[in-house]
Design a binder for this molecule. Structure first.
Ligand SMILES: Nc1nc2c(ncn2[C@@H]2O[C@H](COP(=O)(O)OP(=O)(O)O)[C@@H](O)[C@H]2O)c(=O)[nH]1
Ligand SMILES: [Mg+2]
Length: 300
């Protein structure tokens, strides 16, 4: 007798910077969602699809739920995160050991209303040097969070990942695959390319600029003569000063970002890539609903 096929959605939620995107990429065994040490790197909801012979798990990575910040983009990100609470089969609530901040508590409170099981993932346990320090932390979490099961994990060490998929699978309904088996995401290649450039921006720039910057892919076509992709990416910033910072001294910074982005694009497209980066000032794009929509910040 063959086992029945199981499929469903698992939302990955939590405050910014706890490692949601890193975890999803590790669970997929593929880099799909961009990550950086800066909070609010993930701005959109993105599906990561994992298909096995007898099941399909659709992970839903979300922007971190955050307090403060009242621009259109903050509202957009919180909306995108909250919308993942419903219409899923299980919620993976990620926190980072040994912390539990005001923002974590706010997420925990929102999840009390969730009508699907919550699996609490305690990530970054590689940072805990003494095992004894974990006990009081886990006890505190037991008081503060309503969850079905708790799994300590480390995305860095790839520990606990098997247990996550096992626990998710146990909570998925029997039904056919939701997406065709060769799908890895619900997002377009163009979207993923823009995200790659945005990751390099987030990683390479100082505190101020990243939140004022976004990326649009203006050209993405095959150059048949050279057998390579031609990609033009436009980096939008909010002020002249930011443009100078992005470009860097003698264009060094943008050159280095372009080099790193191109390498990721080659890995993703499995073909040679010619990438050009441009920087343009567009004031207030992050607090302008119309500008956001034209840049792809539309609710799904
Ligand atoms: N030490 C440690 N750092 C991690 C781990 N997982 C993620 N990080 C780091 O935490 C930061 C935030 O990760 P990211 O996935 O972008 O967080 P997100 O905002 O929740 O999606 C990045 O610098 C990651 O490299 C982990 O297991 N251990
Ligand atoms: Mg993220």
């Amino acid at each position: 007798m063959t086992t029945p096929f199981k499929a469903g959605f698992a939302a990955v939620v939590g405050r910014p910077n706890v490692g949601k995107s890193t975890l999803m990429n590790e669970l997929l065994g593929q880099k799909l969602s961009i990550t950086s040490a800066k909070p609010q790197t993930t701005r959109h909801r993105i599906h990561g699809i994992f298909t096995a012979p007898d099941h399909q798990i659709v992970y839903v990575d979300t922007p971190g739920l955050h307090l403060g910040g009242d621009k259109s983009i903050n509202r957009y990100m919180n909306r995108a995160a909250r919308s993942a609470f419903s219409g899923v089969d299980v919620i993976l609530f990620v926190v980072e050991a040994p912390k539990f901040t005001r923002e974590d508590r706010a997420v925990a409170q929102q999840l009390e209303q969730a009508d699907v099981p919550v699996i609490l993932l305690v990530n970054k346990i590689d940072k805990i040097k003494r095992k004894a320090d974990m006990m009081p932390y886990l006890q505190m979490l037991g008081q503060a969070v309503k969850f079905d099961t708790l799994i300590p994990v480390s995305a860095y060490r790839k520990s606990g990942l098997d247990l996550i998929s096992k626990e998710v699978l146990a909570r998925l309904p029997e039904q056919p695959a939701i997406f065709p088996e060769d799908y890895i995401t619900d997002r377009s290649t163009k979207f993923l390319l823009a995200e790659i450039v945005r990751e390099k921006l987030m990683r390479s720039l100082g505190e101020e600029v990243p939140y004022g910057a976004t990326v649009a892919i203006e050209q993405f076509e095959m150059d048949p003569e050279q057998d390579r992709w031609l990609i033009n990416a436009l980096i939008l910033v909010e002020r002249e000063g930011q443009k100078r910072i992005v470009i860097g001294d003698k264009g060094e910074r943008i050159k280095e970002m372009g080099r790193q982005a191109r390498m990721d694009m080659v890995a993703m497209l499995e073909k040679r890539v010619h990438l050009e980066l441009w920087v343009k000032v567009k004031q207030n794009w992050s607090d302008d609903d119309r500008a956001l929509a034209s840049l792809g910040y539309t609710d799904l």
